[in-house]
Design a protein around this ligand. Structure first.
Ligand code: FAD
Length: 516
């Protein structure tokens, strides 16, 4: 028999199974010794007002036959001799498309411009220590895609609960923590995620799939209005009936190639701003309503949004206990982003603070579908010019930014390449800086102590989502005018984030399987 029980616990109770399991058993009216399996089904923190509570749901099984929650193992088929589909890009969209192909009996051939995770780690470290950005191996490019060195947040706004659940299960089956199966705001952390990516690679190879690393796709091969393959950077060509284009939003050369090829593209809105970093302790104090929050609570997060002059200003990709990282894809740009380890045990809390840009806010967007990319790039170069040497980023105290003051010095921070004081209020586009200032004041009222010079505003947070959409047919999911080309994931403009990009990869691979 299974008992589904809900309890509200103190943080200390929720952190200790020797305390909470007897409490659940008591509420279910059974003996702890009669429980053959105890399964947490959801867990969330309620910090709206003190005291902070933890809501926990669990299933208590007294007979294992009733265990209704068995994770289906990954149903790999031997695809070594099966028909092939090409996947360009080994990010979440590409990797989940590959796993889906394997389940459907199709051989995935992944082509990835970057390196395997292990080698990529060295290149990513060199950005911080040597200030050198390898254009094919960095925070955006390489095995696992843009999110490999991230916080690994797994929430999505998608409503496809069953499919989302399967993404979590596949991540779990490849080494992610069990907690992602039940926490309300699951996250993996970059240390664990990198190993999950390696395990997914092994599954693909074991099933007979192919992965080519350090091979950039430079062009499409077409016959009339049919894409029949791709050209690689080493001059080789590869043919297949279907090409999944999962190259992410930072592959600007891919958008250029598609534009030259006459593939239908349209400019789309995106968001732009800065990364904000506070001491984590301060965020804990504010969010947990105490100068000495319960040590059993996890590092606190926040989610802030304010409408300013008809545009949304919001926090984005908040990383508790994380680091700010240099996420440019070329040496003359400055782009920042955030990551955290699975324990989120760093000293600082960072988040993107971005302003919604609609196409009418982007110069030339009516004439040029790639106008958003050109605008992004122009501002990333401006951030670089306003930074120090190499990847030293421009920064300003948060209160100084709001009050148009240059900061005299920089507090300690997590950004390894270094920061230089810069009048960001002056050189950021006015439509961005003026909205950020108003929103920061409002956030400071909502969260007392949030608006402070102990927090830093660091530039530039520009790679939030794709500024381009690659048109695709709603039913067939193919591009226009080319059949056989399937734009997928964040770069195509149909997803944002690890899980939603993975879901889009699954969707496209299933559609292709219907036609092969
Ligand atoms: P990508 O992950 O961008 O993958 C595209 C792949 O294609 C790359 O590996 C690239 O090398 C390859 N490629 C590009 N061009 C070519 C070519 N011409 N030939 C061959 N290969 C090519 N999202 C979250 O949900 N949670 C987070 O916590 C989170 N944190 C992030 C932190 C950082 C530092 C960054 C950079 C991103 C973060 N994101 C996060 C966003 C998330 O990573 C992306 O939404 C997601 O990775 C998009 O998946 P994708 O597969 O569509 O594209």
């Amino acid at each position: 028999m299974a008992h589904q029980i809900q309890l509200t616990l103190t943080p200390e109770e929720a952190a200790n199974s020797e305390i909470y399991i007897p409490k659940f058993a008591k509420k279910a009216g059974i003996n702890v010794d009669d429980i053959v399996k105890f399964q947490i089904t959801s867990k969330s923190i309620d910090a709206r007002k003190p005291p902070v509570k933890v809501n926990m749901n669990a299933k208590l099984y007294t007979d294992i036959k009733d265990h209704d929650y068995i994770i289906e193992p990954f149903a790999a088929k031997d695809v070594s001799k099966a028909s092939e589909a090409i996947i360009v890009g080994a990010g979440p969209a590409g990797l989940f498309a590959a796993l889906t192909f394997i389940e459907q009996g199709i051989k995935p051939v992944i082509i990835e411009r970057g390196k395997r995770v292990g080698e990529r780690k060295r290149d990513v470290a060199a950005i911080s220590t040597k200030h050198y950005v390898d254009p094919d191996s960095n925070y955006a490019f390489g095995e696992g895609g843009a999110g490999t060195f991230s916080d690994g947040k797994l929430y999505t706004r998608s409503k496809k609960r069953g499919d989302i659940r399967r993404i979590y299960e596949l991540l779990y089956l490849h080494g992610a923590q069990e907690e992602i199966l039940y926490e309300s705001q699951p996250h993996i952390g970059s240390d664990v995620l990198a190993q999950v990516v390696v395990n997914i690679r092994q599954t693909i190879l074991d099933a007979g799939g192919t992965i080519l690393f350090q091979q950039r796709v430079t062009d499409l091969i077409t016959e009339g209005e049919q894409v029949t393959g791709v050209k690689l950077s080493d001059g080789r060509t590869m043919a297949a009936a279907a090409v999944v284009l999962a190259t992410g939003h930072s592959a600007r050369d891919v958008y250029e190639m598609l534009q030259k090829r006459g593939v239908m593209l349209e400019a789309k809105g995106f968001a732009l701003g800065v990364r904000l970093e506070h001491p984590q302790e301060l965020i804990n104090q504010i969010q947990y309503h105490s100068n000495e929050p319960d040590p059993h609570l996890p590092p606190a997060s926040y989610k802030l949004v304010k409408q300013v002059d008809d545009r949304g200003v919001y926090s984005f990709c908040m990383c508790p206990g994380g680091f700010i990282v240099p996420a440019a894809t070329a040496n003359d740009q400055l782009v920042v982003n955030g990551m955290s380890p699975s324990k989120r045990n760093g000293t600082y809390a960072n988040s993107g603070m971005v302003v919604e840009l609609r196409t009418e806010d982007i110069p030339n967007a009516e004439e040029d579908p790639l106008a958003g990319i050109r605008y992004q790039e122009q501002l990333e170069k401006m951030a670089f010019m306003n930074g120090g040497q190499g990847q030293v980023a421009p920064a300003q105290g948060m209160a100084d930014f709001v009050n148009n003051r240059v900061s005299a010095d920089m507090p300690e921070n997590s950004y390894f390449p270094g920061l230089i004081s810069s009048p960001m209020h002056f050189w950021l586009p006015e439509h961005v800086s003026s909205r950020l200032k108003i929103a920061f004041k409002a956030f400071g009222k909502k969260m007392r102590g949030f608006l402070t010079n102990d927090a830093l505003v660091i530039g530039l947070e520009s790679r939030t989502s794709s500024p381009v959409r690659i048109y695709r047919d709603k039913e067939a999911l193919t591009s226009f005018p080319y059949d056989g080309l399937y734009p997928t994931g964040e770069g195509a403009g149909y997803a944002g984030g690890i899980v939603s990009s993975g879901l889009d990869g699954v969707r496209v691979a299933r559609k292709i399987a219907e036609t092969m």
